[in-house]
Every structure is written in structure tokens, then in C-alpha cells.
Design a binder for this molecule. Structure first.
Ligand code: GTP
Ligand code: MG
Length: 555
């Protein structure tokens, strides 16, 4: 017999993996053999690669015709989920249109980047600052209601539209969701009463042009939440203050408050507004608010947030308490802090890379077959873009020209790093522009890879990560099936030095260096060179199991 190092069960000598927990007897032997799947519990995910193919929705069509009024969904609801189950069909491209990047890697220009030539700084003067604000939190905490209410109060949603939402929501027995309907636009979202895709909306706060990214809270849609969160400069974490609901959000297994806070922090977001919502349900109790603040504060500190970068606000989105003005309900007499709007205006913008080569991860694609135009939406991470500019689309390696662009849903001449934009592209086959791709400067193409070395932090998992584990690999808006090829070392979380070489498994809360390969190819850069393309998430079975950074592109 041999004893399993994880569960200590005594297995028969002929077993290559533990009969109880599935841990490999000798994982290193088969580390590079993909034909024999490793037997760990975390290696049991099927190799299906799910690629989200955007379809033009009615809303999208309307937007595309120039009336992009308030929002498109980050991964819009009219999309088909296409399964690429066979090896050969893992790429989103048809075989007749093999992307150039799969054949050759373009050399990076040796010339130093000349921002004057590419970004036309005189055009950038006088543009107001955009603040990308992710609204995250546990399912049903009131995120969409809060966003809808803010938009209505600040005049981004007309009285007429609001009345229409109220009447229609009442008709299907969902009257309490009227404000949420401002962001939840698809019929499925409205019928189910949950957000499924990231809703994008704009309002002016006084200091900023705010881009609200309303995330889904349901655990099934965490990949969409991640896609929206990659664009965030700061976040609003919405907590349901009612009895039992805050606690459900903090549950280690199923609580999305935890996962969202960790995801947002690992994207480099360090400024966060905690809105303790639904305070009307607990009679605006100071005691309840303080208890939530203390418990959540301990958790947020453990995620790396500083107390000085967190604002806590007790509020009620439904009753309009503490949203854009001081509360009118006497029961909130004890609170002396800012309203949600004041807290938004006190956020400091992160530094923007205006003077570096253009880089825009594509979040969403809207296609107009009739006009043969493609609208690519996302946040400009670096550089600037203007109408008429030639751009390179990766990983396909195809060129396109920017016909026109929209910022805050308004047609404009130029946009720069930090802006959330929609670029109308011409001169490219629509199959090459996909969500998860990257638009960049033709002379400074981003890297494309399929085998990487990562430094990761393992989250609260109950089963160990083994060599051969089949996971989902998330980087910017791309999502690929992936496999753990090697466990290189366990690292000291404080110093980063190697504590143990070639571990056989990784446990919760360990830091480690690992090698991972993905199906297909993905636009990735080392984190030290480009943060936006170097932050990754590993998910398994509907949960984030590790967060990390790319330290080396091996292939
Ligand atoms: P997901 O996007 O599915 O995660 O939900 P959500 O966080 O966007 O919640 P949503 O805005 O859809 O609201 C869920 C329910 O909570 C609705 O019935 C709202 O009316 C209700 N709700 C939201 N805010 C408040 C509030 O301040 N007080 C009370 N009593 N109910 C609220
Ligand atoms: Mg919602």
C-alpha cells in the first residue's frame, strides 16, 4: 500500500492516484503527458473551451446606428455560447482565416516610442477625466438599483423612461426592480430579476465623467464580473445590510462579497466605497452598521485594502437615503460621513499611461452586417486613439482603421488612456475582432502566448491544486481552458523567496510559482511590462481558486 499525503488513506500499490481524494501518487512523472489526465480532484474539469461569440442584439443595432445612449452590456445578452470541444476548434477563428499571430510573431519596433507622432497631445487638451467605477457585491445586494437610482437622480435617465420601467416591471410582478431595469436590459435578466452581463452607463458627478460598470452578483456570472472589473479605477462594494444577507455574502464557500473584493483588489484597485445598502430594512440601526463595518473591515484589510482608502456609507437605494445628498430620514442622525456622490468625487484618479503605445483590450464587439462595420468596446489602457488611425488587432495580427469613436456614448475625435470607448472599425473581417482580443499600435504589437510562468496566490480552496489540473485561465477579457504543467515552487508570501521546490500540490493561502499552458493563444505580457495584460485569475468549478501575475511568457 501507499499512503496518500493529503487524506492519509492507504491505497493499493497498483493505484496511481488516491482512491479517496484523487491526489496523484507521483505527479511529476506524467507532468508533460497531456494524453493521460492527472487524477487530482482539481483536474477533473472537461477540456471544453467556451468562447463567447458576440451577436448583434436589437439594443446593439440601435446603439450602432449612432444612438448609443446610455449603455451596452459588457458581454451583451444576445450572445451565443459556442462550445469548441475538439482540439482543432479551440480557436475562435475558422480554419480558412487562420490568424497571422498563430503563424508568426511580429517583431516589436526597435524605435523608441514617439508619443507626439501617435497621440497628438494638442488634441488631448481639455478632455474631462473619466472615472471607471465597478459596482460589485453579493447577488441581490441592490447594485443595479443603486446604479439606476443614481442615474435617475442625476438626470441620465429621463422621467419618461423611469415611468415606463415602473409600469412594465409592475406588470410582470417585479415592481421592486424598476430602477434595476435601467441597467438590466435583456428580457431574461428582467424576468429572472438578476444581472447577467456587465451593464455600462454614464453620468457626470461634478468632478468626473463616471462610467458605471454594474456587475452581476450571481456566482454563475463571475467571469462577466471579472471582465468588467478589469476596467475599474475604483469600486463601489454594495453590501446588503439586512439580517442574514450580509452574512451570506461573507460565506467562505458561496459568498460573492469575498470573491468580488479579492478580484477587484488583485486588479490593482485600492480605493473602494462600501455602500451598506437596504438600511431601511433594519430601521437604519447604527448597531447593525457598526457590526458590519467591523467584520468587513477586518476582511478588507486581509485583502490588502488600507483603511484610509475605504469609505463606508449606510444607505438605502430604494428610499434614496445618502445617495446624492445628506439623508432625510431622521433615523440616520448618527451618520456624519459623505453621501455616495461625495465619496465618488473624493476618489483620486490613478496615473494614466498617455504617452505609451496604444493598447485596448476588447471587452465587447457589436457587428453590423448591413453596414459592414464593427464596433469594438473597451477601456484604453495606454496611449490615445483618434479617427482615421490605423490599428493592429491581436491575436489575429490583422490591420483595421478607426472610422470614428464614441466616448461617454458621444461621438468624439480623440480618446486617451483611461477612457471607456467604442471604436468603429473598417477594413477588417469581423471574425478577427473578438472579445478577449487586443487593439494596439501596429509598430508595437502586444505579445501572444500559450505557455506561461505565473506567480499565484491560492485562495480559500478545499481541494489541493495538482499538476495536470484543468482550470479556466482569465486575463483581461480573455478566457481560455488551461492546464497546470508544473508546480515550480512554494514561495514565502512575505519575502517572495523559494520555500520549497517542486511541491506535489498547492494548498489554500500558499504563494507559488507555476507553469500553465492554455488552449489556443492569448494576448499576454509580463506583469512588469504591462499590468493590464499580466494579471490573471485561475478558476475551477465556478470559483476563483487563485489570482496571480505573469512572470514569463515561455511559448
Ligand atoms: P444582481 O445583479 O443579480 O446581483 O442583483 P443586484 O445586486 O443588482 O440587486 P438588484 O438591484 O437587482 O435588487 C435586488 C432586490 O433588492 C430588488 O428587489 C430591489 O428592489 C431590492 N433593493 C435594492 N435596494 C434596496 C434597498 O435599499 N432597500 C430595500 N428594502 N430593497 C432594496
Ligand atoms: Mg444587478
Amino acid at each position: 500500500v501507499w499512503r496518500c499525503p493529503i487524506c492519509t488513506y492507504d491505497n493499493e500499490d497498483s493505484f496511481s492516484a488516491c482512491d479517496i481524494c484523487g491526489v496523484l501518487r507521483n505527479p511529476l512523472v506524467k507532468a508533460n503527458d497531456r494524453s493521460e489526465s492527472a487524477g487530482g480532484i482539481l483536474s477533473s474539469v472537461s477540456e471544453t473551451n467556451v468562447f463567447v461569440e458576440p451577436n448583434l442584439t436589437d439594443k446593439g443595432r440601435e446603439n450602432f446606428n449612432g444612438v448609443l445612449e446610455k449603455s451596452y452590456s459588457g458581454t451583451s445578452s444576445g450572445k451565443k455560447l459556442v462550445d469548441f470541444t475538439s482540439e482543432s476548434s479551440n480557436s475562435p477563428y475558422p480554419s480558412s482565416l487562420k490568424p497571422k499571430a498563430d503563424i508568426e510573431t511580429k517583431p516589436t519596433s526597435l524605435e523608441p516610442y514617439n508619443s507626439k507622432k501617435h497621440t497628438m497631445p494638442e488634441m488631448l487638451e481639455g478632455i474631462s477625466n473619466q472615472l471607471n467605477l465597478a459596482v460589485v457585491g453579493h447577488v441581490d445586494s441592490g447594485k443595479s438599483t443603486l446604479c439606476g437610482r443614481l442615474l435617475h437622480l442625476l438626470g441620465s435617465v429621463s422621467q419618461k423612461d423611469m415611468k415606463k420601467f415602473e409600469e412594465e416591471a409592475k406588470q410582470i410582478g417585479k415592481g421592486s426592480f424598476a430602477y434595476a431595469w435601467t441597467l438590466d436590459e435583456s428580457s431574461e435578466e428582467r424576468e429572472r430579476g438578476i444581472t447577467m452581463t456587465v451593464g455600462v452607463a454614464f453620468f457626470k458627478s461634478g468632478k468626473y465623467d463616471v462610467v458605471l460598470l454594474d456587475s452581476p452578483g450571481h456566482r454563475d456570472f463571475v467571469p462577466n464580473m471579472i471582465s468588467g472589473a478589469t476596467q475599474a479605477d475604483a469600486a463601489i462594494l454594495v453590501i446588503d445590510g439586512s439580517m442574514g444577507s450580509f452574512e451570506a455574502g461573507m460565506d467562505a464557500e458561496k459568498g460573492q462579497t469575498r470573491e468580488h473584493a479579492q478580484v477587484i483588489r488583485s486588479f490593482g484597485v485600492d480605493q473602494i466605497i462600501v455602500v451598506v445598502n437596504k438600511m431601511d430594512v433594519v430601521g437604519f440601526s447604527e448597531e447593525r452598521y457598526v457590526a458590519i463595518k467591523e467584520k468587513l473591515g477586518t476582511f478588507l484589510r486581509s485583502c490588502g485594502y488600507k483603511d484610509s482608502s475605504i469609505s463606508y456609507i449606510p444607505a438605502s437605494a430604494i428610499e434614496n437615503q445618502n445617495l446624492i445628498a445628506k439623508p432625510s430620514d431622521d433615523r440616520l442622525y448618527w451618520f456624519e460621513g459623505p453621501s455616495v456622490l461625495e465619496a465618488i468625487d473624493s476618489i483620486q484618479l490613478p496615473a494614466r499611461d498617455y504617452e505609451k503605445p496604444l493598447l485596448m483590450p476588447v471587452c465587447d464587439v457589436i457587428k453590423s452586417e448591413s453596414e459592414r462595420r464593427i464596433l469594438a468596446c473597451g477601456k484604453l489602457e495606454r496611449g490615445a486613439v483618434f479617427a482615421g488611425r490605423k490599428v493592429l488587432i491581436m491575436p489575429s495580427g490583422e490591420m483595421a482603421s478607426v472610422e470614428c469613436l464614441q466616448r461617454d456614448a458621444v461621438v468624439c475625435d480623440v480618446a486617451r488612456a483611461g477612457d471607456h470607448v467604442a471604436l468603429s472599425l473598417r477594413g477588417i473581417d469581423d471574425r478577427y475582432v473578438v472579445s478577449g482580443g487586443v487593439i494596439c499600435d501596429p509598430e508595437y504589437p502586444v505579445g501572444v502566448g500559450r505557455h506561461f510562468e505565473l506567480k499565484i496566490l491560492v485562495l480559500d480552496i478545499s481541494t489541493p491544486i495538482l499538476i495536470g489540473a484543468q482550470l479556466e485561465f482569465h486575463v483581461h477579457h480573455a478566457k481560455n481552458a488551461a492546464r497546470v504543467e508544473k508546480l515550480l515552487s512554494v514561495l514565502d508570501p512575505k519575502t517572495g523567496s523559494v520555500k520549497k521546490k517542486s511541491p506535489r500540490y498547492l494548498l489554500a493561502k500558499q504563494s507559488a510559482a507555476v507553469e500553465v499552458s492554455v488552449d489556443g493563444s492569448v494576448c499576454v505580457e509580463e506583469y512588469s511590462k504591462c499590468r493590464a495584460l499580466g494579471r490573471v485569475f485561475l478558476r475551477w468549478s465556478g470559483r476563483c481558486v487563485a489570482i496571480g501575475i505573469v512572470t514569463r511568457v515561455i511559448q
